[in-house]
Design a protein around this ligand. Structure first.
Ligand code: SF4
Length: 235
């Protein structure tokens, strides 16, 4: 392993030791990074929002764990929260790469400039595109968040990094709403797209209504042939 200049001070809120569903086709560990600048109504990981929270797992413990898993795991996925919110993510990714693991990133794209710097370290990305850019604020609570997310999408497409774009369907959306977003994503070159059911149980916004319409029905206006893969995650 190449020694890093300093041990990453990445603040980690939790870790899933083994998953088969968070990095396509690979056995992976997921590291949940602390901090997120957005407050999505449907967020389930609101325990990770606090930017000042200390790490619940020291990086030295994670490093030891990963060294023991060499040859058993393929990839490490950095999720959150919003992993790119922390400057120490770069050092952490470099160290994990040096250990021989592929790097996956789950992001909402809140920091496109930081994402640009991380591109050479990434093997696969799952990017949340929550809505059309103009419609983000009612979901995230943050003005101009959509512009940042769509800018991140452009960066990832330009870089050609294997990518899945995901949209969580708000309970009040129609199939036409879903179709418009999917069409826009296909137009800009997204090939792998996933729709996720909004699960209002344990959501940050307790007033969020339960989703009642099946994703199969909500996806009826998507031109599925425009995607290489269209995935419906109906809970
Ligand atoms: S981007 Fe939204 S859903 Fe993701 S962790 Fe932040 S608040 Fe939660």
């Amino acid at each position: 392993m190449t020694p890093t200049a300093h041990a990453p001070a990445l603040r980690v809120g939790g870790l899933t030791p083994l998953t088969t569903i968070d990095y396509p086709g690979e056995l992976a560990t997921v590291i949940f990074c602390q901090c997120c600048p957005w407050r999505c109504r449907y967020c389930h990981n609101w325990n990770l929002h606090d930017a000042s929270a200390q790490s619940s797992i020291p990086w030295s413990t994670i490093r030891r764990f990963l060294i023991q898993r060499k040859g058993l795991l393929d990839a490490v996925v950095f999720s959150g929260g919003e992993p790119t919110a922390q400057h120490d993510l770069t050092a952490a990714l470099s160290e994990v790469r040096d250990l021989g693991f592929k790097i996956g990133l789950h992001t909402g794209g809140a920091y496109p400039e930081r994402l640009r710097q991380l591109l050479p370290l990434l093997d696969w990305v799952g990017l949340d595109i929550k809505a059309l850019a103009a419609d983000y604020e009612p979901i995230t609570g943050v003005a101009d968040s959509g512009k940042l997310a769509w800018e991140s999408l452009s960066l990832l497409l330009e870089a050609g990094i294997p990518l899945e774009v995901r949209t969580t369907v708000m309970p009040n959306w129609s199939s036409a709403d879903v179709g418009v977003i999917a069409q826009m994503l296909a137009d800009v070159g997204v090939r792998n797209y996933a729709l996720q059911r909004c699960d209002s149980r344990h959501a940050l916004d307790a007033s969020l209504p339960e989703a009642t319409v099946p994703l199969q029905q909500l996806s009826s206006e998507i031109a599925a042939e425009r995607f290489a893969r269209l995935t419906l995650r109906d809970r």
